[in-house]
Design a binder for this molecule. Structure first.
Ligand code: ADP
Length: 469
């Protein structure tokens, strides 16, 4: 009984405990009710706003993700920089922007690589010098800085001059492997509003992405050019080896036929003396004599091909040497209405060469140009000094050379001339001589005519030493 009662009582107590007394929570008056409604309305508004901001943030992050992905697939350096600048200008709403990047050479100064936008572009001659206080600071803190803040703190006079072109904009340091690889500078907003935190965050994230993407394009370019260079070197090697083999063989052939030729020639002279009364025989013998001269010419050129004669190195004024050959030829040229002009840079230093061999090369090129202009024309000989070598160009107004034949012109016995006129050995001899000077000889067609360019290094120490046997 007792138990039953107590259970009932307990139940009553429990039920009171678990049912909240809502009276105390509910506003008792109308004004209290209204205040409560306002509070809830304002809370809902701020929650909606927060939700909107979050959605915006997700959208921004997605945009950044898409842009970054796009950057990482671009392997063209210029296209990558263009895309980055356009995207940043559009996203932030600025007028102009520029990239100052460190060159991949020894000095690490940061030069203007790309500028886009309105107004005069900054001068390419001015750049950010490596290691200044401002750059060290930017690299250390590694986040976008307002130009105004830099102007009033760490920027030196030169940096101020460069930064002021972008007014009240931002500077984004670009870092690669913990080193400053460049700066991205963007001018202030078209709307004249301050940069928002989102703008700064956007540029900061993209700045990190672009540094890696730029490095990728550099690596890609470097690999492309290394492959190209390798291919060219391989071709050159194959070509040189082929020429060397041909040269050796030619030298052997030359030795073999040179002696009997001399003997034949002597005996022909003797026979000629005996046949003075017979005119026909003399005429035929003269032809034989001419043909033997021709063979002798081939033989001598074959010998030169393998072993240029008189290879004695001297310090030479190449302009003097060239003009002496030109004047040697000028009379013959005038007769055939070929005008020779000479353009020599007076600052050309002397070069160490074998003058006799080089003369032979120049003469050969001048005669070839003359042969190429049977109805007259112009030959311009020019000399230009470069950092490590001198360029000597022979540019004519002849027909040039069909592109498909250019790779063959330095091969021995390649000729398009009448067999009585050309042996096809001239250019291969030239090639051998110039190679021995460790220089280069190339041909290219121009709008009118063709041009042979020879590059000769200043110093003979670069000379290739070959056996003289
Ligand atoms: P060759 O003069 O005996 O033919 P080369 O080796 O000197 O031998 O020249 C090879 C060929 O190169 C010539 O037959 C000619 O077809 C071409 N060539 C050389 N120089 C010129 C030139 N200046 N213009 C056009 N073709 C040229």
């Amino acid at each position: 009984m007792n138990n039953k009662k107590s259970t009932k009582n307990n139940y009553k107590i429990d039920s009171k405990k678990t049912t909240p007394n809502t009276d105390t929570l509910q506003p008792k008056t109308k004004s209290q009710l209204q205040t409560r409604v306002h509070e809830l309305e304002s809370k809902t508004r701020s929650l909606t706003e927060l939700n909107r901001l979050h959605k915006r943030k997700i959208f921004d992050l997605y945009t950044i993700f898409e842009i970054s992905r796009n950057f990482n697939t671009l392997l063209d350096y210029q296209q990558l920089l263009d895309t980055f600048i356009f995207t940043s200008l559009a996203q932030v709403g600025s007028m102009k922007a520029a990239f100052y990047l460190s060159s991949h050479s020894e000095d690490k100064n940061y030069s203007l690589i790309k500028f886009k936008g309105s107004g005069k572009p900054p001068s390419k001659n001015n750049y950010f010098k490596d290691g200044t206080k401002m750059l060290q600071n930017l690299a250390k803190i590694n986040r976008p800085f307002k130009i105004d803040d830099l102007l009033s703190t760490t920027a030196n006079e030169n940096e101020k001059k460069l930064l002021q072109l972008f007014e009240h904009g931002l500077v984004v340091p670009l870092m690669y492997q913990a080193e400053l690889s460049g700066l991205f500078i963007i001018s202030d907003k078209l709307s004249s509003r301050e940069f928002t935190d989102d703008d700064i965050e956007f540029l900061s994230i993209l700045g990190n992405q672009i540094s890696v993407a730029i490095e990728n394009t550099w690596l890609f370019e470097a690999e492309k050019s290394a492959t190209k260079q390798l291919r060219e070197t391989q071709q050159q090697l194959v070509y040189s080896e082929r020429l060397a083999a041909l040269g050796e063989m030619s030298a052997k052939v030359a030795h073999e036929i040179n002696n009997p030729l001399g003997i034949i020639k002597n005996y022909l002279h003797l026979t000629n003396k005996l046949l003075v009364e017979n005119n026909n025989a003399t005429e035929y013998l003269n032809i034989v004599d001419e043909e033997i001269d021709r063979i002798a010419k081939i033989v001598s050129e074959l010998l030169d091909f393998h072993r240029p004669r008189g290879f004695e190195i001297q310090k030479i004024d190449v302009a003097k040497l060239t003009s002496s050959i030109v004047s040697l030829m000028s009379r013959q040229f005038e007769k055939n209405k070929v005008v020779i002009t000479q353009k020599y840079d007076p600052n050309t230093p002397e070069i160490e060469i074998s003058p006799e061999s080089v003369k032979q090369v120049f003469l050969n090129l001048i005669i070839n140009a003359y042969d190429a202009m049977p109805k007259g024309g112009q030959l311009e000989v020019s000399i230009t000094p470069h950092k490590d070598d001198v360029s000597i160009q022979f540019s004519d107004t002849g027909p040039g050379i069909p592109p498909e034949l250019i790779p063959r012109i330095f091969e021995p016995f390649f000729t398009t001339k009448d067999p009585a006129k050309g042996t096809g050995l001239g250019l291969s001899v030239c090639y051998g001589i110039i190679k021995k000077h460790n220089g280069s000889i190339t041909f290219y067609n121009q709008e009118i005519g063709g041009c042979f360019e020879i590059r000769l290094p200043y110093k003979s120490k670069d000379m290739l030493h070959e056996s003289n046997s």
